[in-house]
Design a protein around this ligand. Sequence first.
Ligand SMILES: [Zn+2]
Length: 131
Amino acid sequence: MPDQTVVPVPLAQTVLRGIACKCPRCGQGKLFKGFIDLRPSCDNCGLDYTFIDTGDGPAIFLIMIAGAIVVGCALVVEIKYQPPFWLHAALWLPLILATTLLPMRSMKSLLIALQFHHKAAPGRLIDRNPK
Ligand SMILES: [Zn+2]
């Protein structure tokens, strides 16, 4: 039977588990069954992954970071060399794909690990006058 005890984990270890795409609780089980499809639960400790809801968070972070990198590089190359537009397309389209798709799994897993570490959950209304 899997161990159900929750041991507090330091933030640095949580981040490493997230980047490695491992279970946020045990750090051993796999988080994904496909590119970014989640498994239903951890195959090592049995943690139910239904609490996970990163939404568009990983994509938004990566779009902002990749946009700054690609636009910065494109501006520098345009100002220094003024290449034809086809060369811009040949240079920046692969860089856009590399800077957005390659880190997508790790970024999603990192946000899941941080969500688990900080016990983040959707807001709920509290009944202040229970009957
Ligand atoms: Zn686990």
